[in-house]
Design a binder for this molecule. Structure first.
Ligand SMILES: CC(C)(COP(=O)(O)OP(=O)(O)OC[C@H]1O[C@@H](n2cnc3c(N)ncnc32)[C@H](O)[C@@H]1OP(=O)(O)O)[C@@H](O)C(=O)NCCC(=O)NCCS
Length: 272
């Protein structure tokens, strides 16, 4: 059913920015974050909490990331932790673009347009941020972990949900690259920690889609490694993500829905 039809029967969903780490709604977001994302896919919540707290102390200085945690709940229930419908967390990276780190929607609130609403509000917040700094917002980029071929059906269903959400908000898949990120679920000093291969998605904002050539995409992917993970060219994760033959290109998000079976066959789920 199209989301517009659902809107008439569902309560209006409000989205606002969290500024208080002790607020029960922010604590509910921490709980939802840990329930909806695998340990391999997330940073410690404490880091997010820290960035919320920093925002209340001072404005980010020129060149500093400006981070945002947005929360969603039905109108009139913004004080009820049980009614937390979802959250999104990400940042404007000056001189680079927008980076959406995490999004999650409570089970009871799924397929009601909450994920879409959170993405759209996040895009708006970053536009304002970039405008205040007198910068354009060329794109917003995000990562997502595609399940293994042998992952349970529920993981693949969630992948389908993600892809449809990305498609709905105008996201495009950066095909041709596995972005290798460090695994935060492992000890920092553990050299055996397997990297997490991520798919990349982006929404062109002030820059037209045609400007994202393979060369430009390689630069953006390299900058993502440097800006977010502090990986420079020559480091294993950087070099394995961008081997010389890698030619990334933008494709519709739905193209990323393809699932590889254990036998190596490619299958497009019927629901996409
Ligand atoms: C992925 C997730 C955020 C989607 O949130 P949501 O609020 O249900 O999404 P929306 O209601 O805005 O729906 C967006 C699109 O996805 C589709 N969709 C949502 N859930 C779906 C599902 N389980 N199966 C198929 N399509 C689904 C909707 O129909 C809609 O597509 P349409 O406009 O073509 O009809 C939510 O399922 C979730 O929190 N999953 C667990 C955490 C997670 O994976 N986060 C993403 C990390 S990158």
């Amino acid at each position: 059913m199209p989301l517009q039809q659902l809107d008439k029967t569902q309560p209006k969903i409000l989205v606002w920015e969290a500024f208080d780490i002790h607020d029960p709604m922010t604590l509910a977001a921490a709980d939802l974050y840990e329930r909806t994302l695998d340990a391999d896919e997330r940073i410690p919540w404490l880091w997010i909490e820290q960035s919320v707290q920093d925002r209340t102390r001072c404005k980010p200085r020129p060149g500093e990331w400006s981070r945002h945690l947005l929360l969603a709940a039905p109108a009139g229930r913004q004080d009820d932790p049980e009614a937390l419908a979802g959250y999104v967390y990400g940042a404007l990276l000056p001189g680079f673009g927008g980076y959406l780190c995490y999004v999650g929607v409570a089970e009871w609130a799924r397929r009601m347009g909450v994920g879409t609403r959170l993405y759209e509000q996040f895009f708006k917040v970053l536009r304002v941020d970039a405008g205040e700094r007198g910068e354009p917002l060329p794109f917003v980029i995000w990562e997502s972990h595609r399940p293994d071929p042998i992952a349970p059906a529920s993981d693949w269903d969630n992948w389908t949900a993600r892809i449809r959400l990305f498609d709905r908000v105008g996201g495009l898949w950066i095909d041709g690259v596995d972005f290798l990120a460090p695994n935060f679920a492992w000890d920092d000093d553990d050299d055996d920690a397997p990297p997490v291969p991520l798919q990349l998605f982006m929404k062109p904002m002030d820059t037209p889609e045609s400007a994202f050539t393979p060369e430009r995409l390689r630069e953006i992917i390299g900058s993502l490694h440097r800006e977010v993970y502090r990986n420079e060219p020559g480091s294993p994760l950087y070099d394995k993500t961008l081997p010389p033959h890698c030619q990334p290109r933008l494709r519709p998000a739905r193209a990323a829905a393809v699932r590889q079976t254990e036998r190596g066959e490619l299958v497009v789920p019927a629901t996409v």
